[in-house]
Ligand binder design. Structure first.
Ligand SMILES: *Cc1c(COP(=O)(O)O)cnc(C)c1O
Length: 417
């Protein structure tokens, strides 16, 4: 039995049934910006593996770091023990984020869970019993139950879990100031993705609101959590999207491209004031500790990935990517099925009026040699910074071709009506 049949029998895929009802492509290997399928088909990757593989696949520097660490010590428990890769990584992150107290987590969702717990513990340490959060409409902050509690109840999986999920306060970017003023006594903090809401609809906001959120959170002593798991490490054109408003949050969560897409690792970074307040209170400790916390392999790869990024001229590369996305995708303006086209940094988005043609467009892009996975009515691409102009043009051309072809179908259907 080949493994694709085994997969159908036993293996859950993300957000899917078992066996899957949608087509699953079998991948044999990867290199640079290319995914090679079992039948030898090569696809240029427009997704950078859920926005994580910023240096492309099989990067020799990352592989070297992994191999070297594997021979020294792949993993050791982090309770009561420490090691060089983890300590060096925490110092790197402290410098890079201006937030000196780092908790290493094993996935983005876990780092958000730890961020929410930290905010609640901070308030408890200050004598405040609060457990609600303010979040944005359309918010996405991860799939675990605590994270789901701060995902928008109207367009997430809330309805499935009902009472199990906490009730939080959701507001628009326009109304967030009023929401903080109104609810500051009930909440431990505010959680949001700065500037770009990624999985929450690839929405791009003017950064000004972040300044007011920062001011109000300081004024009321509530915790400002910036979830930069998607936006971080240069995706928006700045290292952190918060830099667009020149604000530093109280807690920053990072993940996705922390290891250049090679290993699962995330982090919660916070201020000395918060770590001191919890540590010097009766609570005394941050009660969280994953088995694989501070995994030495992942930390070594993260160190290599950050070095690689900082040594590269990533700003120039991201701005070149943005130029190509903006120029090329603008040719879809005015097309009937297209609602909006927007780009920022290494992110290019074509929003359709509805999701009807998403699967068709995905299939057409694959036929054109490009791996795209639309999200609802969003046809988007977030690419590796190492992508060549030729590869990026191929991605844009495939998106344009597929959307135009879908539009012809749409118009034919309209005529038949
Ligand atoms: C992906 C993502 C998460 C969840 O990270 P996982 O590693 O998938 O658990 C949380 N917040 C944001 C903004 C994300 O994009």
């Amino acid at each position: 039995m080949n493994y694709i049949e085994l997969d159908k029998k036993h293996t859950w895929h993300p957000y899917n049934s078992l066996p899957t009802k949608t087509k699953i492509l079998a991948v044999k290997k990867t290199f640079a910006q290319t995914i090679v399928l079992e039948d030898g088909t090569e696809l240029v990757d427009a997704m950078s593996s859920w926005w994580s593989a910023i240096h492309g696949y099989n990067n020799p520097k990352l592989i070297e770091a992994l191999e070297k660490q594997a021979n020294i010590m792949p993993h050791v428990m982090f309770g009561g023990l420490t090691h060089e890769p983890a300590a060096v990584l925490c110092e790197k992150l402290a410098k890079l984020t201006n937030l000196p107290s780092i908790f290493l987590a094993d996935s983005g969702s876990v780092s958000v869970e730890v961020a929410l717990k930290t905010a609640i513990l901070y308030q408890k340490a200050k004598g405040k019993n609060v457990n609600k959060f303010i979040a944005l409409e359309n918010a996405y902050h991860g799939d675990t139950l605590g994270c789901m509690g701060v995902c928008d109840p109207n367009n997430s999986m809330h309805s499935l879990y009902g009472e199990y999920l906490p009730n939080n306060i959701f507001t628009s970017v326009e109304n967030i100031e009023q929401a903080i003023i109104k609810h500051h006594k009930e909440v431990a903090g505010v959680i949001l993705e700065p500037v770009v809401q990624g999985a929450g609809g690839m929405k791009i906001h003017k950064p000004d609101y972040l300044k007011r959120v920062r001011e109000l959170c300081t004024k009321y002593d509530i915790i400002f959590i910036a979830d930069e798991i998607a936006t971080g490490f240069g995706h928006t054109g700045k290292m952190w999207a918060c830099e667009y408003a020149e604000v530093i949050p109280d807690i920053l969560t990072i993940g996705k491209c922390l290891t250049g897409g090679m290993m699962t690792l995330a982090a919660m970074c916070t201020t000395k004031q918060i770590s001191d307040t919890i540590s010097n209170s009766e609570i005394g400790v941050l009660m969280h500790g994953p088995t694989f916390m501070g995994n030495a392999l992942a930390c070594s790869v993260a160190n290599a990935s950050i070095d690689l990024l900082l040594e590269s001229n990533w700003q120039e590369k991201v701005s070149n990517i943005n130029k190509i996305f903006s120029e090329k995708l603008s040719s879809l303006e005015g097309i009937e099925i297209v609602k909006d086209i927007r780009t920022i940094g290494a992110i290019g988005v074509v929003e359709l009026n509805n999701p009807d043609f998403a699967q068709f467009i995905q299939d057409e892009c694959v036929n054109q040699g490009v791996w795209i996975r639309p999200f609802g009515k969003l046809i988007y691409s977030i690419v590796a910074y190492t992508i060549t102009n030729e590869e990026l043009n191929k991605i844009c051309d495939a998106m344009i071709y597929a959307v135009k072809k879908a539009n012809i179908q749409f118009k034919n259907m309209e005529q038949d009506r």
